[in-house]
Design a binder for this molecule. Structure first.
Ligand SMILES: [Fe+2]
Length: 193
């Protein structure tokens, strides 16, 4: 049994703890011990960002990455905890260097796995699989309104974060996948979720 309201209530309670990021990580680890019911409730056959809860202190998103989509480097400027309920998310981490962004690590998150990121994290996300990836993202602040940065995927030039551009990345990936699926033989298409 998985209830969005219960998850959100637990995450909100974590704010009363001195270390909410650690508590939220434990909540997601526990929730994703059984990813099936989460995928049943949150799985989508279209990539996009769905706000499950948003306040000045906390944001909970259902993030569905379309097959083979990539999101260029961006920051959050608040802590984040990411847990996967279906598919996989390839995270590449960066730090600021004197000449611009420098790669500082990588982490492939698979179903049931949870990644905790600090407020200074910068990352790209790739779904290299021919299936949708579903993830719960919890942020320690107002992810929707926080001014932050993105970096051009080619020049790595820092720019203000542009939600409309992110939407276009999702739309393009959804359209590419729809086209790919239309060329598959019946029964070949990958399951969403
Ligand atoms: Fe991110």
């Amino acid at each position: 049994m998985f209830e969005v309201d219960t998850l959100v209530a637990s995450c909100r309670e974590s704010l009363l703890d001195g270390e909410p990021r650690r508590v939220v990580r434990e909540i997601l680890v526990r929730t994703l011990e059984r990813p099936g019911p989460v995928a049943e409730r949150l799985g989508r056959s279209e990539g996009g960002l769905e706000v499950l809860f948003n306040s000045p202190q906390l944001t909970v998103l259902n993030v569905v990455w379309a097959p083979r989509m990539s999101l260029y480097p961006h920051d959050h400027r608040m802590w984040a905890v990411i847990g996967i309920y279906g598919g996989a998310e390839d995270n590449t981490l960066f730090r600021r260097g004197p000449q611009g962004l420098v790669k500082s690590g990588a982490k492939v998150l698979r179903e049931g796995e949870v990644l905790s990121l600090g407020a200074d994290a910068i990352h790209t996300v790739d779904n290299s699989m021919a299936r949708f990836t579903g993830a719960i993202h919890v942020y320690g602040g107002d992810f929707v309104r926080q001014p932050r940065s993105q970096w051009d995927p080619v020049t790595l030039q820092e720019q203000p974060y542009d939600p409309a551009q992110v939407r276009r990345v999702f739309d393009k990936a959804n359209a590419s996948w729809a086209e790919e699926v239309s060329t598959l033989a019946p029964g070949d298409s990958a399951d969403p979720g």
